[in-house]
Design a binder for this molecule. Structure first.
Ligand SMILES: NC(=O)c1ccc[n+]([C@@H]2O[C@H](COP(=O)([O-])OP(=O)(O)OC[C@H]3O[C@@H](n4cnc5c(N)ncnc54)[C@H](O)[C@@H]3O)[C@@H](O)[C@H]2O)c1
Length: 299
């Protein structure tokens, strides 16, 4: 498991441990946190972009499967730190594939992005829509997908919509739900970029974990969108939060951010049709569970 000390990765680790698996996590703790990680998982601290460090930390153990979550994940930052993003996302994925093969695993579940790879999606994009990433982050994720696809491993790439849920950091630019929740908690103003009409497809983290487990267990290969197929504007998100937590402390307007699309939504029909996965947690329920887990709302 790469990136297992991060937001999504640590939830996947919890589920694998619960299923009785032995889990080894490779993480450089750059945005992850040791505190996210169940101590029963073995943590090896290494940069996936450094092949010799990766191989030194993992040694010659045998592994069955790899879930590849580690990445730099900030869309806006990727425009100013292109080399870093390329090194970690493209170079890191190449190293993970090589290491996967060397340690005997036959399957890699590659965590990719639906939100940042299709470009503008006036209609929620299915997997046949040609990719049109607007940011370096999205472009490098697309390149990493190709590397995985061209490997001789059973590879499942999951193109995830915007994930939310407990443990999401509030300082990472994508986590608008975590950021808003932090504002409600501290009584601080929420910031709306542009006019708040930009839309995202918000998928609950526990649902995404189910998709990862299904990809590991089955005989699936190829690319699957993992999202709800519902585009929610940030203004609608504020209303949904208000129903649960009361009105926001106050609202601040800020200019729209560069490299961000207005509407990002994925169509998850293929995953449902092929029996891999379907979303089960409605936004209101996911927000309620997240607020309860973060202590903003009594459970
Ligand atoms: N959060 C979302 O909405 C979302 C949406 C689509 C796709 N994704 C993808 O899901 C994955 C997990 O994202 P997340 O939101 O949990 O972010 P995160 O930052 O919490 O997790 C990323 C993890 O990777 C680790 N990492 C980063 N660079 C590394 C390196 N060079 N070597 C080793 N470890 C490294 C970090 O320390 C962290 O633990 C990423 O691949 C991301 O692109 C996330």
């Amino acid at each position: 498991m790469t990136g297992g000390a991060g937001f999504l990765g640590s939830h996947v680790v919890d589920a694998l441990l619960k299923a009785g698996d032995d889990v080894v996590v490779v993480d450089d703790l750059s945005t992850g946190d040791r505190a996210n990680l169940d101590p029963r998982a073995e943590l090896r601290i290494a940069d996936i972009a450094d092949l010799s460090a990766l191989q030194r930390e993992l040694g010659s153990r045998r592994i069955d499967a790899v879930v590849h979550c580690a990445a730099k994940t900030k869309v806006v930052e990727s425009m100013t730190k292109k080399d870093l993003y390329e090194r970690v996302i493209v170079g890191g994925t190449r190293n993970v594939i090589e290491t996967t093969r060397r340690l005997g695993a036959s399957i890699v579940v590659n965590i990719s992005t639906g939100g940042a790879i299709y470009g503008e999606t006036p209609i929620c994009a299915d997997e046949n829509v040609p990719v049109d990433p607007q940011s370096n982050y999205g472009r490098f994720k697309a390149a990493a997908e190709k590397l995985v696809e061209l490997s001789d491993l059973r590879a499942v790439t999951l193109r995830l919509a915007n994930i939310y849920g407990p443990r999401q950091r509030t300082d990472l630019e994508g986590g608008v739900i975590a950021i808003f929740l932090g504002c409600w908690k501290r009584g601080e103003p929420i910031t709306l970029f542009g006019d708040g009409s930009y839309e995202r497809d918000f998928v609950y983290v526990a649902d995404v974990v189910e998709a990862v487990l299904a990809a590991l267990a089955g005989t699936y290969a190829g690319i699957f969108n993992i999202g709800t197929g519902i585009a929610t504007s940030v203004n609608e998100l504020v209303s949904a939060f208000s129903m649960i937590l009361g009105p926001p402390p106050s609202v601040r307007q800020a200019p729209a951010r560069p490299a961000e699309v207005l509407r990002a939504c994925v169509n998850p029909t293929k995953a449902a049709r092929e029996g891999l996965w379907r979303p089960t947690t409605a936004l209101a329920e996911g927000l309620r569970r997240t607020a309860a887990a973060e202590g903003v709302l009594l459970a």
